[in-house]
Design a protein around this ligand. Structure first.
Ligand code: AMP
Length: 200
């Protein structure tokens, strides 16, 4: 029997999805693939990719589907992602859902579950403001935050309807302690037969 954990976590900026993604991926023994982290690392290191996306991410806009898709395909083709992965921040619009579907179908794969982290808008904004202060993230200006939340609502939230039709979305209440939220996610995944025991 082959079992897998090909997962996606979706939530507005400030929902804590990056933190939860790291915890869940570690618990399941799979890598996290975060497009935002890839862009930030490249910007920090001053690579050509970083130079290309710096202004776009700083303004809170989306990097092109083509470039982002290529980065994800390259990463998912690495050996450690063969048995599963947790995508964080990709896909982010309907076009990217189609691109990812095409890539996974080619490999005879599909997503097993999509975790939707639900956090009220006010709470997201408060958490983002705090993160900007604590981490000094240059893409966390007030304008960029507002822009990213509105892009989330108009472009990213609709991808959940596509996955809902496939019956693979678990909606998780993202308000509570880190441990409580992680437990909610692992419980929902266990109910789908996705757990560390099933992935190793
Ligand atoms: P994140 O940390 O996921 O909020 O990503 C930070 C920034 O990277 C975003 O505001 C976008 O500019 C860019 N980015 C991350 N993922 C994507 C994606 N799937 N498509 C386009 N741009 C992205």
């Amino acid at each position: 029997m082959t079992s897998s954990a090909r997962l996606l976590i979706v939530g507005p900026q400030g929902s804590g999805k990056g933190t939860q993604a790291a915890r869940i991926a570690e618990a399941l023994g799979i890598p996290t693939v975060s497009t935002g982290d890839v862009f930030r690392a490249n910007i920090q290191a001053g690579t050509p990719l970083g130079e290309q996306v710096k202004a776009i991410t700083a303004a809170g806009n989306l990097v092109s589907d083509e470039l982002t898709g290529q980065i994800v395909r390259d990463r998912l083709s690495e050996a450690d992602a063969a048995g599963g992965f947790l995508l964080d921040g990709y896909p982010r619009n309907i076009q990217q859902v189609g691109d990812l579907d095409a890539f996974l179908t080619e490999r005879g794969e599909s997503l097993d579950a999509v975790i939707e982290l639900n956090v009220p808008r006010d709470e997201s904004i408060a958490r983002l403001a705090l993160r900007a202060k604590e981490q000094g993230r240059t893409d966390d200006t007030d304008e960029a935050i507002a822009k990213r939340l509105s892009i989330y609502e108009s472009e990213t939230a609709p991808i959940l309807d596509v996955y809902r039709e496939r019956g693979i979305v678990d909606t998780i209440d993202g308000v509570g302690s880190l441990d409580e939220i992680t437990a909610r996610i692992t419980d929902a995944l266990s109910a789908r037969g996705i757990s560390r025991a099933a992935t190793v």
